[in-house]
Design a protein around this ligand. Sequence first.
Ligand code: ASP
Ligand code: MG
Length: 421
Amino acid sequence: MSLIVQKFGGSSVADAESIKRVAKRIVETRKAGNSVVVAVSAMGDTTDELVDLAHEVTPFPDPRELDMLLTTGERISMALLAMAIKSMGVDARSYTGSQAGMITDAQHGAARIVDVTPVRLREALDEGAIAIVAGFQGFNRDSRDITTLGRGGSDTTAVALAAALGADVCEIYTDVDGVFTADPRVVPRAHKLDVVTSEEMLELAASGAKVLHIRAVEYARRHGVTMHVRSSFNNHEGTWVVNSKEGDSVEEPIITGVAGDLSEAKITVAGVPDVPGKAAEIFTIVAKTGANIDMIVQNISAASTGLTDISFTLPKVEGEKVLASLRAEQNAVGFDALLFDDQIGKLSVVGAGMRSSAGVSAQLFRALSDAGINIEMISTSEIRISVVTRADTLQQAMRVVHAAFELDGEAEAVVYAGTGR
Ligand code: ASP
Ligand code: MG
């Protein structure tokens, strides 16, 4: 008998009909002789609506109370799902995050899982019941408060449960068929990947691919959980996210996927004295804001002035506070000006095959230049190359790069109404 953890995202449980459909699917898995634990997200856009509601009440909702509010979304879907399953004659019980033993640190809105003690889930499974767990939420032992794991956190709940219970697989059900070589709404010729390594998946998720929550992939990688990302709207085989690809990977494509990201902005600190310690000063100021820096580029200094420019990218939403902090220290650091550019796009190509192939960057840059697309910044890791372009050329860039690396499928991908979340 296998133990399967299944996660259903908000779009898969958007209304009563969907909940019944998902319930049927869960029951089928149980009837096939498996033990089943389910992690479920809030129905449709519930979480967004609750966030909006909180902001109608106050511009700065108290973090503890916001978590209290947001966790109600998953409580609705878990209870409805358990009811639907029971009405089909199969035993099911719903559990909040704290009942399921999802222990986190105390950081409201971005709590990290510190322990999972699924005693009650084991009891339910031993009695042959299906355990339904509210995704995205946990409990802190010191504060004794309810926490949330951050937006999109239900994937992480599912993976953490799979790890703690020693599940055979963690199935992530969503509204797309799996992980694609690129977002099929942008690149119509994108095709579904049968297998992707967790290492590649991490880079893709970090580069803007939205199908999986990055923390869930990290967790799965660390705990050796195999994930299967698939559609809740059909029975097709999805994408297996594995820790290493088996067998000899002859003729493996160099590039596994192309990702685009419009969520970042670029800050340029212009006219920085080119002396030791200035980069340290600047990035210490930035680090104190808690902002997540992505790419950094320092230009060669002009010999005549001894000044240089340092540019970096960061999430757009963090732009304001970082600019303010830097502005406050302008005289101390001694730079000339700050420039803010929120019209950038980041394109990334990811593939483990890059390790053993030369000339991947050249091929990427050639494809972009043939399309007349200018590259503003470049960064690389062992299995990824990212470039910054103008925001309005990003989609075209993704298509030409996808074609250049021969990732284009035979036919256009079928795109459902979904969002991949
Ligand atoms: N309902 C939460 C959100 O929308 C968690 C999730 O969907 O994974 O962020
Ligand atoms: Mg959601």
